[in-house]
Design a protein around this ligand. Structure first.
Ligand SMILES: [Zn+2]
Length: 472
């Protein structure tokens, strides 16, 4: 068996201690760490031909070195994949060959973890994580996700004795499923040595909700990890008496959480909610505190809010996108990488006392659809399940699915789609297969010729939504 990448105990302990110290003093310690890491990253980036060109053009040192760099985006990095990594053995051919033949969470080139993103912006991404990244993600989960940044006592993120259920897109080498598989494999090794380890189970969010509920009921997790829309749909089943879970925590991510979802989850499960904002590019960009606010992990990531023309926007204003700089990844550097999330820096201090910047992320959620089957019974469809079924089944990402009636769906395409008729045929087939699994074979699917609808508040495109007024 090809092993999964490990982190040396020395590095793991050092990253853990640094992250703990930064959380205790964000204004001084975290800033010093951030500046030192940025300087180191800019030196390492010279080993990447793509960044060497950019750094040569920028010709600016000191604190402005980052801001002088021309931003990058996923299409450019994927197009120039072989010029991107600092380890010159990381090439498109080597990584694609690896992804074809290997199992999830195997070590690429003996030391890296690889995952892909299906890519709502149209281009799938391939992301390579080195040992330091893995240590950082572990430390952020343990120290920030499960408690405020100022928490004096670190809580082990994946404690022995817990039963974790991870419900997400599990059909490919995506960030979440690769990270979970790595943990499962590390825990199996621990078990061989007789060390106590937690139980972890991954379940597909594409499974019809009634079947998913049955699987969860049988497994009886203590911690549920999933998207807010999925957790809310399960919470409703719990309140209806169709599900009886005894959860001690719910971890949320991948979508924005609404106040309504929070209230529903608290009522149904009566346990702490842990929410974070992350991406395939950086697993844990911000973690939520006990006041329900997201604090940016400023010691490990730089996030610059920008407008449509990539000009900086002031605190308090909503950004069109953010430029992300990953301070841990030295193998595949991400410097001023454009991430299409509408992030607002509140500019205010949080009552929890943590001095890490407070951010809000908008436009990262679709609508949960309530359809009716041929016998007029209600069937709940989750937005991320529909998105995944279409992206994976039809290899089309630039679509919008509108629910026009409880038994009717309309597909629209972005202007960039070259052959909408062909895209429609592929998406229709993938969607029909998904709907059939959910007992919804009779739902009407049509091709809408209008452009997709954009959200009024954020201007973002929501892939799955109701055609008429937004739900509360
Ligand atoms: Zn706070």
């Amino acid at each position: 068996m090809n092993p999964t990448p490990t982190v040396s105990p020395w590095l793991w302990a050092s990253v853990f201690a640094q992250t703990l110290a930064a959380g205790l003093n964000p204004l001084q310690v975290a800033r010093q760490q951030r500046d030192a890491r940025l300087a180191a990253l800019l030196r390492v980036a010279l080993d990447s031909p793509l960044y060497r060109e950019r750094l040569g053009r920028a010709r600016s040192g000191g604190p402005d070195a980052l801001r002088a760099l021309e931003p990058v985006d996923k299409p450019e990095l994927m197009q120039r994949f072989d010029d991107w990594a600092t380890d010159r053995a990381v090439t498109r051919v080597s990584v694609e060959r690896f992804l074809e033949g290997r199992r999830l969470a195997d070590a690429f080139l003996g030391r890296y973890l690889v995952w892909t993103s299906s890519g709502t912006s149209g281009t799938p991404g391939i992301f390579v994580q080195d040992e330091r990244c893995l240590a950082v993600y572990d430390a952020l989960d343990a120290l920030r996700l499960r408690g405020p940044a100022s928490h004096a006592l670190p809580l082990p993120a994946w404690s022995a004795g817990h039963r974790f259920a991870f419900v997400a897109a599990t059909g490919g080498p995506f960030a979440g499923s690769v990270a979970i598989e790595r943990l499962q494999r590390l825990h199996r090794t621990q078990a061989v040595w007789g060390w106590p380890s937690p139980s972890l189970q991954a379940l597909s969010v594409l499974t019809p909700l009634s079947e998913l509920a049955r699987q969860l009921q049988a497994y009886q997790p203590s911690v549920l990890i999933t998207y807010p829309s999925c957790a809310a749909a399960l919470a409703q089943r719990q309140l209806d008496g169709a599900l009886r879970l005894r959860l001690t925590e719910v971890w949320l991510g991948g979508e924005q959480v609404s106040d309504g979802q929070r209230a529903l989850l608290r009522r149904a499960f009566a346990c702490p909610l842990r929410n974070n904002y992350g991406a395939s590019e950086f697993f844990s960009i911000a973690c939520e505190c006990e006041h329900g606010r997201l604090h940016l992990n400023e010691d490990w990531v730089v996030l610059e809010p920008v407008d449509r023309q990539l000009r900086p926007v002031a605190p308090g204003e909503a950004a069109h996108a953010v430029l992300l700089t990953h301070l841990a990844n030295h193998v595949q550097p991400l410097l001023r990488y454009r991430l299409d999330d509408a992030v607002r820096f509140s500019g205010e201090r949080c009552p929890c006392g943590c001095a890490f910047a407070v951010i809000e992320v908008q436009g990262r959620s679709g609508h949960t659809l309530e359809m009716r089957d041929a016998h007029d019974r209600p069937v709940t469809l989750l937005p991320l399940a529909l998105e995944t079924a279409i992206e994976e089944g039809a290899q089309v990402t630039q679509f919008q699915l509108l629910c026009t009636a409880p038994d009717a769906l309309e597909l629209r395409f972005e202007p960039g789609v070259a052959d909408p008729a062909a895209a429609y045929r592929r998406v229709r087939a993938a969607l029909h297969a998904f709907l059939t699994q959910h007992g919804l074979a009779a739902v009407r699917i049509t091709h809408g010729r209008q452009p997709p609808l954009h959200e009024r508040a954020s201007g973002k495109l929501c892939r799955v939504r109701l055609a008429a007024p937004e739900p509360r």
